[in-house]
Design a protein around this ligand. Structure first.
Ligand SMILES: Cc1cc2nc3c(=O)[nH]c(=O)nc-3n(C[C@H](O)[C@H](O)[C@H](O)COP(=O)(O)OP(=O)(O)OC[C@H]3O[C@@H](n4cnc5c(N)ncnc54)[C@H](O)[C@@H]3O)c2cc1C
Length: 395
């Protein structure tokens, strides 16, 4: 068994993990691990975009949209923190080099998704997650104080005196590692790998939650799982390809087998999913249809080029024909309970991103709130760790 020592261990290389590393002081020795390669995180898959408070007057509406989608079960304090921090995060992403779509005058261009009362979503084509995550990854790779290790899996945390003191991990060759660190941040993503049909990577199996439970760390809303209304229907096995909600935001519509509309496509995801399931049951079908007829051709080719390409690969031309779509497991609103600084109920064990539950989403996530939530609360975890270590050094 190999022993290692770091100041901070970050488990997971999606936006949650990467932004934590970028916000930690440069004098900390940090290890980041990922179960797979660094490219394979759900953060790389995000299509639609990332929300931002459009302007100060948008606060009430954005707050209400988030609460309404979450069935008013959201933690109000977390929603407030996220919304108030959103512009700072977007400005920071721009500073780091993220290429959000802009208008001719240089201002940010915003798109809209279901359950948003206005356009307030920043995007980069239909690959926003890849644009953000690749940029963050490039920035992390420049840091001398951060070591990135691929194909290393956290299998447990090290608990001593009811406090987290590191993790146990396993390499691809089954070598066991004890990695000691006064602070551990779990950024292990979602649970889609536990489902037969999911838009998530299959290696995302809720490891952080399972390990937390083993140590009696508090979990929250473990049954709050979001089903996305529209993934491309296929008979093939494997990860389901998502047809972004912003397609519906830009006027793509849903049709049954009789080619009739049966739902307002801009209702929250759980409501639209329910309507699709009901229609499938009524018609005895395995999917419903999506039409891009009302979406201008230049919007399809410029805003949704990757969806267009992927559908072509699967044999459908969205410029000319309907595509079959079906709901799939997509996002996990519950997780390891954390406070507003992302600390779990085990001192020195933090959780950020989809693995954590800070209550922002309530019972159902508002579209494009999760990248933002991951980033805002990752920065807060980093700030809290920095504050405590400064305190320690001073003593
Ligand atoms: C298809 C798709 C489209 C989406 N579109 C949007 C969107 O438009 N806007 C939006 O806001 N959100 C979107 N989301 C949600 C969003 O992408 C995720 O919620 C967010 O990226 C989660 O980031 P994360 O850092 O928490 O986890 P991830 O990015 O999933 O990263 C998890 C990391 O943890 C690692 N890991 C897991 N278990 C272990 C272990 N035991 N040991 C070591 N490493 C481990 C993984 O290897 C990975 O590196 C989308 C999600 C999907 C799947």
């Amino acid at each position: 068994m190999e022993n290692m020592e770091y100041d901070v261990v970050i488990v997971g290389c999606g936006v949650g993990g990467l932004y934590t590393a970028l916000n930690l002081p440069r004098d900390k020795k940090i290890l980041m691990i990922t179960k797979s390669d660094v490219e394979s995180s759900d953060s790389m898959l995000a299509q639609g975009g990332i929300c931002v408070l459009h302007d100060p007057d948008d606060y009430e509406a954005y707050f209400e949209d988030t609460m309404k989608a979450g069935h008013y079960e959201n933690r109000r304090e977390s929603v407030d923190i996220m919304i108030r921090s959103s512009r700072t995060v977007i400005n920071d992403l721009l500073r780091l080099g993220v290429r959000f779509e802009k208008n001719a005058d240089g201002t940010l261009k915003y798109t809209r998704e279901g359950a948003h009362s206005r356009a307030r979503i920043c995007f980069h084509e239909d690959v926003t997650g890849k644009e953000i995550t690749t940029t963050l990854l490039e920035q992390v790779r420049k840091l001398d104080n951060v070591k990135l290790a691929e194909y290393v899996t956290m299998v447990d945390v090290v608990e001593k005196d009811k406090t987290c003191q590191g993790i146990k991990a396993q390499t691809k060759d089954k070598n066991e590692l004890i990695i000691k660190a006064p602070f551990v941040v779990m950024a292990t993503g979602g649970i889609g790998g536990l489902y037969e049909h999911s838009t998530n990577f299959p290696h995302l199996t809720g490891d952080g939650c399972r390990i937390a439970k083993k140590h009696n760390v508090e979990l929250e809303h473990m049954d709050y799982v979001q089903i996305h209304p529209t993934s491309l229907y296929t008979e093939n096995k494997g990860r389901s390809f998502l047809i972004s909600e912003s397609a519906r935001g830009e006027n793509a519509i849903l049709l049954n087998n009789k080619k009739q509309r049966f739902v307002n496509e801009l209702l929250p995801r759980d409501v639209v999913s329910k309507a699709i399931y009901a229609e499938m049951e009524k018609e005895g079908s395995k999917h419903v249809w999506m039409s891009f007829e009302k979406v201008p051709q230049d919007v399809i080719l410029n805003h949704f080029p990757h969806i267009y390409e992927k559908c072509r690969e699967e044999g459908y031309n969205i410029l000319k024909e309907l595509i079959p779509v079906v709901p799939a497991q997509h996002y996990f609103m519950g997780g390891v309970h954390v406070n507003s600084n992302s600390e779990t109920t085990m001192p020195n064990l933090f959780a950020v991103g989809e693995t954590s539950c800070n209550g922002v989403h309530g019972k159902n996530r508002l579209a494009s709130n999760s990248l933002l939530e991951s980033l805002v609360f990752a920065a807060r975890a980093a700030r809290e760790i920095a504050k405590r270590t400064v305190g320690e050094n001073a003593v």
